[in-house]
Design a protein around this ligand. Structure first.
Ligand code: URA
Length: 205
């Protein structure tokens, strides 16, 4: 990834070139399927100059149609959670662990996660966020390691290599079991709000 991008200069140039490269990637079966089905890759969206990145699992059908993350039902719920803490979507960067749609919304295969992770690492290196929000188990284990448990870590902040990681449920979990998950994710977003107000208050302005 880096060698192909080295001729470019600004952070935004790099991110746009990276986005283009993701758009034609065929390093795993999801990229091949994307082309066969006339769908789009979903590199990520939002501010390049933000202290906060949100990371989900992988695009659903609507996302793969539009080429934008979190625009389907789970996405609308994420947007409402962001609104509830007065954090406009456009002020943060939003992306996923895998950039092409896993068929039937399957949990992304380990080999596809491995193939796709260098793109996420490059995005993180370019945006240089203060806080990374991991939405759900796939994001948690892909970024912080297989041994991590969502139940233990959710609602808490944890520092690693100068970045603060905050873990909560994936918004789609609320659509599946609202009664149990919704009060918890709502509380987690309040905790997240306090964390952002402390470490990067500029994101609200
Ligand atoms: N679920 C995700 O994990 N990501 C999206 O972009 C949409 C739904």
């Amino acid at each position: 990834v880096w060698s192909a991008l080295s001729a470019l200069k600004t952070q935004t140039d790099y991110l746009i070139a990276l986005q283009r490269r993701i758009g034609t990637c065929r390093l795993c079966e999801y990229g091949v399927l994307r082309d066969e089905q006339g769908m789009r890759a979903v590199p990520g969206t939002g501010s390049h100059e933000t202290p906060v990145i949100f990371i989900g699992e992988g695009p659903g059908e609507e996302e793969a149609r539009q080429g934008e993350p979190f625009v389907g039902r789970a996405g609308q719920y994420l947007t409402s959670l962001l609104n509830s803490i007065n954090l406009p979507r456009a002020r943060v960067y939003i992306t996923n662990i895998v950039k092409c749609r896993p068929p039937g919304n399957e949990t992304p295969k380990p080999e596809c996660i491995t193939a796709c992770l260098p793109y996420l690492k490059a995005q993180i290196a370019l945006v240089r966020p203060r806080v990374i929000v991991l939405l759900g188990n796939t994001a948690l284990t892909a970024v912080l390691g297989k041994e991590q448990r969502l139940q233990t870590l959710r609602g808490q902040a944890r520092q690693k290599s100068g970045i603060i990681y905050f873990v909560t449920y994936h918004p789609a979990a609320v659509l599946r079991s609202a009664n149990t998950i919704e009060p918890v994710i709502t509380r987690d977003f309040e905790t997240l709000k306090a964390l952002l107000q402390r470490y990067c208050p500029e994101v609200f302005r």
